[in-house]
Design a protein around this ligand. Structure first.
Ligand code: HAM
Length: 423
């Protein structure tokens, strides 16, 4: 019996992987412009880290984590998201003591969530994310949001919608929490068991419930924006002002609560509103998490970031029918005819590569016609033909495949010829 790939995961094969590389490269370039530096953390962490950061009443922690015991009896979890690990590393490596502040980091890597697989929802997916730690200035919220928007737009996406909300500071949230309890408590038995258990502990999570989202009480639930205190309001106003000033359009949606517990103040999501995009339209999510660093054992430090999955980004590109400008051609395909020429082709192709060009040859003892076909398939810029006859005369036939121009080049000038013509 053959063994198949696990549900909710995918192989990214040559032909598709080039899109991933292009996107990852673009993300790196943009991070460089914004002065964010890469951080790599382990794929698994102590389970406790996610309980404390993502939150015990979230779907991620309650239903979606890949948790296992290692041989030493420790409970470990495959990371379901990147922020917790970045904050753990920030604290552990005392990055708050670095001279350059705020600490601006980015990451890209596999995340794992045991979710019901569907279009845009995988059990293993790749998140690219950024985290800015150490600044409580609304201009950094706007920087983080505009970095995400720039990535999407630089890839050609146009059908984007930025939705923002403020979850306020802790005093605004406690006032909102009380209002939510009063709102839901009288009819809580009409809600699922998860919502029932969330009522006292974390009623905001009810607003994020996938099962009860259409219940009439959901639409009438008190909005966090009505409970923002003066300080939180001023903060949110600044974020909106700066977004407007840099020309980033947004909508305010007071029902945006995000699926993780660490957020306060700014919360945002970027959606695709391309026609034909699947049911899950969120491409990117993020927000501010003042208090998380302290929760993980560090000093009181504000933070903000976002994460987006490459899978959903690629789905959005497909929905907008955008083809990334991927170059797949090779510089030179070497066609060899005859035994001596074949022997010579080994060192010749090696020299072409040593000179910094991409080169390919035949390894299957193909006939000339088939070798040309292979060159064509690889979109070779040049096809160099070496027969025993040419070899005797120490020349090689070089054909420029786009112009059709063919030249006989002395063998000892072949590499220089290719290099010069490439420039
Ligand atoms: P999140 O909203 O859970 O936030 O996930 C962020 C993004 O990851 C989503 O918008 C989506 O693009 C992608 N994503 C999540 N789950 C899946 C899945 N099952 N399949 C494919 N893509 C998925 C976070 O993870 C936070 N750590 C974001 C953040 C960073 N907040 C502050 N800093």
């Amino acid at each position: 019996m053959s063994i198949n790939i696990p549900r909710g995961t995918q192989d990214i094969l040559p032909g598709a992987v080039e899109n991933w590389q292009y996107i990852e490269e673009k993300a790196r370039e943009i991070c460089k412009k914004y002065n964010y530096h890469e951080i790599r953390t382990p794929i698994f962490e102590h389970t406790e880290l996610f309980l404390r950061s993502v939150g015990e009443t979230t779907d991620i922690v309650q239903k979606e984590m890949y948790t296992f015991e290692d041989r030493g009896g420790r409970s470990l979890t495959l990371r379901p998201e990147g922020t917790a690990a970045v904050v753990r590393s920030y604290v552990e490596n005392k990055m708050f003591g670095n001279a350059a502040q705020p600490t601006k980091l980015f990451y890209s890597g596999q995340m794992f969530r045991y979710e019901r697989p569907q279009a845009g929802r995988y059990r293993q997916f790749v998140q690219f994310g950024v985290e800015a730690l150490g600044s409580n200035d609304p201009s950094i919220d706007v920087e983080v949001i505009s970095l995400a928007m720039e990535l999407y737009q630089s890839l050609g996406l146009r059908k984007l919608k930025l939705v923002i909300n403020s979850l306020g500071d802790s005093s605004s949230r406690s006032a909102h929490k009380e209002a939510l309890i009063n709102h839901f408590a009288p009819r809580i038995e009409e809600f699922c068991s998860d919502c029932n258990s969330r009522l006292e502990k974390n009623p905001m999570r009810i607003l994020d419930c996938k099962k009860d989202r259409d219940h009439e009480l959901m639409k009438k639930a008190p909005s966090i924006l009505e409970f923002l205190n003066e300080e939180s309001k001023i903060y949110f106003d600044k974020v909106k002002q700066y977004l407007t000033e840099i020309g980033v359009e947004f909508e305010v949606d007071s029902s945006l609560v995000r699926g993780l517990d660490y957020y306060n103040h700014t919360a945002f999501e970027i959606m695709s509103n391309a026609e034909g995009f699947g049911a899950i339209t969120t491409l990117c999510g993020g927000g501010r998490y003042n208090g998380l660093v302290e929760e993980i054992g560090g000093p009181n430090t504000p933070g903000i970031g976002f994460a987006l999955s490459i899978e959903r980004l690629i789905a959005a590109l497909e929905a907008e029918q955008i083809n990334l400008p991927i170059k797949s051609e090779i510089d030179c395909y070497l066609v060899a005819l005859g035994d001596n020429a074949k022997d010579k082709s080994v060192s010749l192709v090696h020299s072409v590569r040593k000179a910094g060009l991409t080169a390919e040859k035949d390894y299957l003892d193909k006939k000339v016609k088939a070798q040309f076909k292979a060159a064509d398939r690889l979109q070779a810029t040049y096809v160099a033909v070496l027969g025993d006859n040419e070899l005797d005369r120490q020349v090689i036939n070089v054909k420029n495949m786009s112009t059709g121009v063919q030249e006989e080049v002395p063998l000892d000038q072949f590499i220089t010829y290719l290099v010069n013509n490439k420039q």
